[in-house]
Design a protein around this ligand. Structure first.
Ligand code: ADP
Ligand code: MG
Length: 742
């Protein structure tokens, strides 16, 4: 047989074999090294060994004793299905019984006069005190505690799959640790180990599996948590350094032009907007490509900041690509950017799946608003390629084959977390001169996530709202107040205001929900259970089920026939075709629809200033950030707006969460709260971030994230190619392929 090494495939390891290897592969364990890096999920503390006499005083607690088996017998249970093994052990102080269920092989492996170490909960049965199915192992004599694996120590407990128990894993891993632990190469740079006083990798691996104490286990864990976050930072910073070595068009800031532009606006920029615009314009002056994330709550006015960048780049003679995640948004941007730039002689084009349009500004001498033309895609692409067009606004269509810019100097991505990294790269790849990149998002990304998932981007925050805005009044509506809320809505509609109703994702039992609403004016038990768990990320349209549409239709029937028969109500859902959705949004905007009933897919960023009420059914189904996003659909004018949260879940946690929404109007605060209450999985953008699970735990620790970032920066500044750190380089490569395939 070949000598076994860390790289040996597990099926070749004695005791493992093909069948177990197959099960282990489900955890991604393929080699001996993988197995040694399969860390326990938690530990059982069996470290205190007592006499049996002392254990007899620990009813209901965990105890660990050593003794001699004086009786052992296996029989069938009353129903004949289960093997029951009963034993009695004794030491010099006392005796105690043990019962194991369904482990018939014990009869063969344990005999009278064997010495064993037993650990588990002390229970009370009809026949007195006993250990109920305890962990155990054979020992040579009482008092032996050197080489214990399953008892008499802090015992590792792994996450198990069918057919692979923790006991088996301990049995396999321990001898492998003895043989191979010393061959594991250190992957963290020596200076980092020294600086942070980390355990060396070999000891850390050992202490994670079989810790001497909980302090040792914690020390080992924090080393690997650090390493994981450190790899993430190396990964993003390496990308950043690569990009910084490229060259971009320098677009000098034309201060007078910018002043003319802001003077032309019907409002004054907020201080935040000015600060962000300035940072962006300064970046654009450099030959180093900009990579900036412009983050600001819905309605904080990111588009106008982007328009300033557009104008400055166009007037220094280059082109801009402005990409939005949906057609509706692309069209909205096309309209508002054309409008804002119409006095500046900028040729704006729009390209979506079906349409190509070009806006021709009126000539300055004639005045007027300018005109929009439908053009063929061919002529659009021609204009783009020969530089007739200054800016192309559009959807993914902008990165399709055949769309070429003559001289692209700036790429703007709206709601960028909805684009994959590859799509983003597509626009900046293979160019001698790399365009500057401005990403915009209304998603409040907590600082830790911004530093990791988007760690290659510089951050600009718009952290104040335009002054004319009134704070949206947020109200938790109790079931018995439903009628009152409906009356309020009726009054607002009579005033010409628009109302959004968001209906959560539910399954076919929606009719139950409806029934329950009708009967009791509230959603009751069984109906609530029928909710399908809500996906808190931005939901893909394709994930909508027929049932969901059906449930929405039922709610539509109820609202339009019974509650508001006299009002104009329309449904919007993801199964509809884009032109239809667009027509509905426009009708709503124009005031031809009073109430828009929709699933949670209402497009991000759509601007309907006349909408003043956002009513959310089943509010407890959504994350705070998402609720905050919904709320941002209203309050986009100087009229007082309202957000009604309908909930029927009276639990404290739910109340606490919804109250946070009532009390805070700050997306960042709410995102941090979500992170605190529900963990990182609840955040927008985490699914696409490619961050591994272990590192996710570290995301709630700003301090740790910053520490790893600083460490990664220090190493890369000294040695960008990691030439002096071959082990680290290798680990980074593994890490990259891991996040790539996840
Ligand atoms: P978002 O940041 O959500 O993309 P928008 O750019 O769509 O926000 O802006 C929302 C609305 O606010 C637009 O109608 C815009 O014209 C308006 N707006 C932007 N900045 C200001 C400001 N400083 N004062 C008043 N209104 C503003
Ligand atoms: Mg926007």
């Amino acid at each position: 047989m070949n000598a076994i090494t860390l790289e040996t495939k597990i099926e070749e390891v004695p005791k493992i074999g093909v069948a177990y290897a197959k099960r282990l592969k489900k955890f991604g364990i393929k080699t001996v090294q993988d197995l040694l890096f399969y860390f326990p999920a938690r530990y059982d503390d069996f470290s205190e060994i007592t006499t049996i006499d002392q254990a007899r005083n620990k009813l209901g607690e965990v105890a660990c004793v050593q003794g001699e088996i004086i009786e052992i017998e296996t029989s069938k249970s009353i129903y004949g299905r289960m093997a029951v093994t009963k034993a009695v052990v004794q030491d010099r102080t006392a005796q105690i019984s043990i019962i194991w269920f369904n482990q018939p092989y014990l009869e063969k492996s344990l005999k009278e006069n064997d010495f064993i170490c037993v650990a588990g909960k002390v229970s009370l049965g009809k026949e007195g005190l006993f250990f109920n199915s305890p962990a155990f192992e054979r020992i040579n004599e009482i008092g032996e505690n050197e080489e214990l694996t399953h008892t008499g120590r802090i015992v590792p407990v792994y996450s198990e799959t069918r057919g692979v128990t923790s006991r088996w894993l301990r049995y396999v891993i321990k001898p492998l640790l003895y043989r191979f632990c010393e061959q594991i190469q250190e992957s963290l740079p020596k200076e980092i180990i020294k600086k942070y006083k980390f355990l060396p990798i070999q000891e850390a691996v050992w202490q994670l599996h079989f810790p001497e104490s909980f302090e040792h286990a914690d020390a080992a864990k924090s080393r690997f948590l650090f390493e994981e976050l450190f790899l993430i930072q190396l990964n993003v910073l390496k990308e950043k350094i690569k990009l910084m070595q490229k060259r971009a068009h320098a677009c000098p800031m034309d201060a007078e032009l910018m002043k003319n532009f802001t003077d032309s606006l019907p409002f004054q920029l907020t201080d935040s907007q000015k600060k962000c615009a300035f940072a962006i314009l300064k970046d654009l002056e450099k030959t180093v490509p900009m990579s900036r994330l412009l983050e600001g709550d819905v309605g904080s006015g990111k588009t106008v900041v982007a328009a300033m960048a557009v104008l400055n780049v166009v007037k220094s003679g280059h082109q801009v690509a402005f990409m939005a995640p949906t057609e509706i948004l692309a069209k909205q941007h096309f309209k508002s950017v054309s409008e804002m730039l119409k006095k500046f002689d900028v040729k704006v084009g729009m390209l979506t799946g079906k349409d190509a349009r070009i806006f021709k500004p009126a000539s300055p001498s004639q005045g007027g608003d300018g005109e929009t033309f439908e053009v063929s895609k061919k002529s659009f692409n021609g204009d783009l390629e020969n530089g007739q067009l200054d800016i192309a606004i559009g959807t993914h269509s902008l990165i399709q084959k055949g769309v070429e810019f003559k001289d692209l100097a700036l790429v703007i991505l709206d709601e960028q977390h909805r684009f994959g990294v590859e799509q983003r790269d597509h626009l900046i790849k293979n160019k001698k001169l790399v365009p500057h990149l401005l990403s915009m998002t209304a998603t409040p990304i907590p600082r830790t996530l911004a530093l990791t998932a988007y760690g290659d981007l510089d951050l600009s925050l718009i952290d104040e709202m335009p002054k004319n805005r009134k704070k949206v009044k947020t109200i938790i509506v109790e079931p018995q107040q439903r009628k009152e809320a409906y009356e309020f809505i009726r009054k607002e509609v009579a005033d010409g205001k628009g109302v959004f109703v968001i209906y959560p994702k539910i399954d076919s039992a929606a009719s139950k929900l409806k029934e329950s609403i009708e009967k009791n004016g509230q959603i009751t038990g069984s109906a609530t259970e029928s909710f399908v768990p809500q996906n808190y990320g931005p939901m893909s349209l394709a994930s909508l089920t027929i049932n969901e549409v059906k449930a929405l239709k039922e709610e539509y029937e109820r609202l339009s026939k019974e509650v508001f028969p006299d009002l104009r109500i329309t449904m919007l859902h993801g199964k509809m075709k884009s032109p239809e959705k667009e027509r509905i949004m426009l009708d709503f905007k124009k005031g031809e629809i009073d109430i828009l009933l929709s699933t949670s897919v209402v497009e991000v960023g759509v601007d309907v200033p006349r909408a003043t009420i956002m009513m959310i059914e089943g509010a407890e189904r959504f994350g705070l950030s998402q609720l905050h996003q919904f709320r941002g659909r209203v309050g986009r004018s100087d009229m007082q707006s309202y957000c009604f949260l309908f909930t029927t879940d009276p639990s404290m946690l739910n109340r606490k969460r919804l109250k946070a929404l009532v009390e805070s109007n700050n997306g960042f605060e709410l995102a941090e709260k979500d992170l605190e209450i529900r963990g990182p999985g609840s955040l927008y953008g985490t699914q696409q971030s490619g961050i591994p699970d272990i590192a996710m735990q570290g995301l709630s620790n700003v301090f740790l994230v910053e520490k790893t970032r600083a460490a990664a920066k220090e190493i890369l500044e000294k040695d960008p190619e990691l030439k002096d750190y071959p082990e680290l380089k290798e680990r980074l490569k593994q890490f990259q392929s891991r996040i790539h395939f996840e």
